[in-house]
Design a protein around this ligand. Structure first.
Ligand SMILES: *Cc1c(COP(=O)(O)O)cnc(C)c1O
Length: 399
């Protein structure tokens, strides 16, 4: 719980900051497009026609609202708190990414842009963006590291089928961070026609606020659903954190409910002591990456260090600036789970509940089950099932 104010408020005096985190650390050429984006967003989000179109797409195209599912078998197995799953895995294209892709693509269209640029790690954001672009008649280019292309082959094929150009990025660690660098380069060159559709609560202002607001629907629905089913608020919310969008999407609506505790689960990889992980709060320190000030995995001279996780969607060296703030204030607790623990949860949910989760979501599950088993019966834990696991089936899971 936050000792200072009990809630996460944006620093009202400094636009685009969450406490000391966030901001716009970008080259001068990007300041005008960022201002244009911000003012269009502020205008459109109040526009009735825009809101109606957004709701129509979230409903009829993405399949919202997603259910809040009582996982009876997991609950029985853990012998503690009731475990509910927020089923983002049931959305069109199979992960929460579609919520934000719809919001931003609609925004781009209203701004008169004809082309969408995106980056992708796990491929889920790329697939969501490609699908939404196809539906809205927008051209789409997706940047993806070659390491990620290899481990998420089915998603590459999906994006191509959906009409997107997938551009391989062979620099650096050949993962998400490098794909973002290339996407930014493209945006700088083609800013007149193109919108850069960032896939998480990352990047310079207004992206972290905008993406969070497009993902807030998860928590808004979950809050109403749990109140209807249980007549009370949950005790815990648990979500996996890559950039931090599915987690903040679930958490945000509950931030003022002081009794609701929240846990963000980062990728512990082979263990936080091995150096092979993506646990930014355990191993990182404040720094700037991709236009925002947040926690970053870096060496003493500020060089970004390489991350590791079996979950491509969690394998990023920084974290959304709002999370850095929520970490600092203590409102949200952050922890990590290793590959091994996540893989165990992945298999368990599949076998016991008939739901194959994404590797990313399996991190939240692993921690959520540990937590539930330590809680007395009658308590309620909501775990965000951010995506489905079909994309992960090419990975060798018999380790
Ligand atoms: C991308 C992804 C994540 C991590 O990204 P966040 O922005 O932290 O939500 C988690 N789960 C799934 C299924 C994803 O595709």
């Amino acid at each position: 719980m936050n000792k200072k104010s009990g809630m996460a408020v944006k620093d009202k005096n400094r636009k685009g900051y969450f406490g000391e985190f966030g901001g716009q650390f970008v080259p001068e050429t990007l300041m005008t497009p960022l201002h244009e984006l911000e003012s269009s967003y502020i205008k459109l989000i109040k526009n009735r026609r825009f809101i109606a179109e957004l709701e129509e797409m979230l409903g009829s195209f993405a399949g919202r609202p997603t259910p809040l599912y009582l996982a009876k078998n997991l609950t029985a197995l853990c012998k503690g708190a009731k475990i509910y799953l927020k089923r983002e895995d049931l959305t069109h294209t199979g992960a929460h990414k579609i919520n934000n892709a719809i919001g931003q693509a609609l925004l781009a269209k209203h701004m008169g842009k004809t082309r969408i640029i995106a980056e992708t790690g796990a491929g889920q954001h790329g697939v969501a963006t490609a699908a939404v672009s196809a539906a809205m008649g927008l051209e789409c280019t997706v940047y993806m590291g070659t390491v990620d292309m290899e481990r998420q082959k089915p998603n590459v094929q999906r994006m191509q089928l959906l009409g997107a150009t997938v551009t391989a990025v062979n620099n650096g660690s050949k993962t998400l961070k490098d794909a973002i660098n290339e996407a930014i380069r493209d945006w700088v060159t083609n800013v007149k026609t193109s919108h850069y559709l960032i896939g998480s609560v990352l990047g310079p202002h207004p992206y972290p606020v905008m993406v969070r607001n497009f993902q807030r629907v998860i928590g808004v629905e979950a809050r109403a659903q749990v109140l209807k089913k249980e007549k009370r608020l949950p005790d815990y919310l648990v979500a996996a954190i890559g950039g931090g969008s599915n987690s903040i999407g679930l958490f945000h609506e509950f931030l003022n409910d002081r009794k609701v505790k929240m846990v963000g689960v980062e990728a512990g990889g082979l263990g936080t002591k091995t150096g092979k992980h993506a646990a930014r709060f355990a191993g990182g320190s404040p720094g700037i990456l991709h236009g925002t000030l947040s926690y970053v995995l870096q060496d003493r001279s500020g060089q970004i260090t390489e991350t590791y996780s079996m979950a491509a969607g969690l394998d990023y060296p920084s974290i959304g600036p709002e999370h850095a703030w929520l970490h600092q204030t203590g409102r949200v607790e952050y922890t990590s789970v290793t590959d091994k623990e996540a893989l165990h949860a992945f298999k368990l949910l599949s076998a016991k509940e008939g739901i194959i989760p994404a590797f990313e979501s399996a991190h939240a599950l692993a921690y959520g089950m540990k937590l539930a088993s330590r809680q007395p019966k009658g308590r309620i834990v909501i775990i965000n099932l951010s995506g489905r696991g079909d994309k992960d089936l090419l990975t060798n899971i018999d380790k």
